[in-house]
Design a binder for this molecule. Structure first.
Ligand code: ADP
Ligand code: ADP
Length: 221
């Protein structure tokens, strides 16, 4: 696993400032969550870490190296990513899962679908197109892809937003077990379950207003 960091990063999409002087480090092998209201800049941070836009000020570092020196395909091959927008699901279940792991066996596919509590009969549904699946099913299929790809660095933007609270809680627990020792950055708008993380970053209106261990932040509430 490698570290993720921003130093004095500012960014805007159009004329209004979206992120202002953001500083944080997620040390290698640790797990952090970004929390904050809608529109506070959480998804933008994730997208900048993946080099989807260029910053106008500041430095983004991946494993200590400036992002601009890293090849995009190298980065994407080393990071397991779930963004808001890749819940769109084209192709069949099998095709989508094979993207994550080309040599996955039927047993592995069955196992990961079970893990996501997707009640798809592999023989019947695995060759069906995903476009008619529910939002929750699509999200769990996106998670199944991550489970199969399983690199040492994971970025997840509200991975459970389309799930009911009890399924979300169960999958959050599975995620916590699955990512021990990995570098994880997770966007969440719920604080529940975040006590397992090493660091919470609190965003408000494009600024990082607090950062610390979950217990420190809970005490201040
Ligand atoms: P969050 O993830 O916390 O909801 P975002 O990072 O998505 O926040 O958005 C931060 C701000 O940037 C919001 O005001 C949002 O409307 C704006 N924004 C996000 N994406 C774009 C975009 N592609 N183009 C223009 N403005 C955007
Ligand atoms: P979230 O708040 O959970 O990040 P949003 O619904 O704000 O999600 O954003 C979903 C998508 O729309 C993202 O790809 C984001 O970049 C884009 N987006 C958000 N706000 C704007 C905006 N004002 N203009 C253009 N694109 C936007």
């Amino acid at each position: 696993p490698f570290s993720l960091a921003m130093q004095e990063v500012s960014f805007n999409y159009a004329d209004t400032a979206t992120l202002k002087d953001i500083n944080f480090v997620v040390p290698q092998g640790t797990r952090a969550a970004i929390v904050g209201p809608s529109g506070s800049g959480k998804s933008t941070i994730m997208q900048l870490l993946l080099d989807m836009y260029s910053v106008e000020k500041g430095i983004i570092r991946i494993a200590g190296q400036p992002l601009e020196e890293i090849k995009s395909e190298d980065l994407w091959s080393k990071v397991t990513v779930l963004l808001q927008q890749n819940h769109f699901f084209y192709g069949t279940v099998r095709e989508n899962l094979i993207i994550a792991k080309r040599d996955a066996t039927d047993d592995e596919l069955r196992e990961v679908l079970d893990e996501m509590e997707l009640d798809f009969d592999l023989d019947q549904h695995v060759d069906e197109k995903g476009e008619n699946f529910s939002g929750g099913e699509k999200q769990r299929l996106a998670l199944a892809r991550m489970w199969l790809k399983d690199t040492s660095v994971w970025l997840l933007d509200e991975p459970f937003s389309a799930l009911d609270p009890s399924t979300a809680r169960k999958l959050h627990e599975k995620l916590m077990k699955k990512t021990v020792g990995k570098t994880v950055l997770l966007v969440s708008h719920r604080l529940v379950g975040l006590e397992d993380l090493d660091q919470i970053l609190v965003m408000e209106d494009g600024k990082l207003v607090q950062a610390g261990q979950p217990e420190e932040l809970m005490e201040q509430q």
